[in-house]
Design a protein around this ligand. Sequence first.
Ligand code: E4P
Length: 214
Amino acid sequence: MKFFIDSADIEEIKHAAKMGWVDGVTTNPSLVAKSGKDFKTLITEICEFISGPVSAEVLATDYEGMVKEGDQLSTIAPNVVIKLPLTEDGLRATKYFFDQGVQTNVTLCFSPLQALMAAKAGATMVSPFVGRLDDVGTAGMGMVSEIRQIFDNYGYETEILAASLRHPMHVLDAALIGADIGTLPFKTLAQLVKHPLTDRGLEQFIKDGQNLKV
Ligand code: E4P
């Protein structure tokens, strides 16, 4: 399973990259706005030290606008992935980028059928938003499971990028289902290696180790 960091904070992304288990980055307009940085400068900066996929989202909502913005974003670096919304125009643009050999991440997916349509349009990745479905009282992970089944039934190569994962249980469930990628905020990424028994055991070993004759 690949892990992407869901962040537009350069320091956080650098820290995560040093940890050694980050395979890529996803950003979204809300995260970029929070960073206070110019969008293209930020994506350029991230691509200077991240060689895996870096998702950059278009702001346009019409086909022509998405193609124009995506064409510009894809000149930043070869690992930039054009992030497009799961709408009729977004899927048209997905097909356009597929024909150009440019990678895409179809975002804001909230149903298995939407994911199927993204796969049919040639999306490289599709992002089902688990946490946001949970927020409205619907089991987000059930959607990921159904997408896995549909893609396996037909052999679609579109990768399932489980998104809006907010805690380690989300990550565990996504891994058990077989999501190809999970995108996580820095905090959740760091939580994945934590266990109180590891800390307690280490503390004891250090203490006992002091009495060893060497
Ligand atoms: C993914 O690409 C999104 O940026 C992200 O996972 C959304 O997460 P949120 O619902 O916690 O904002």
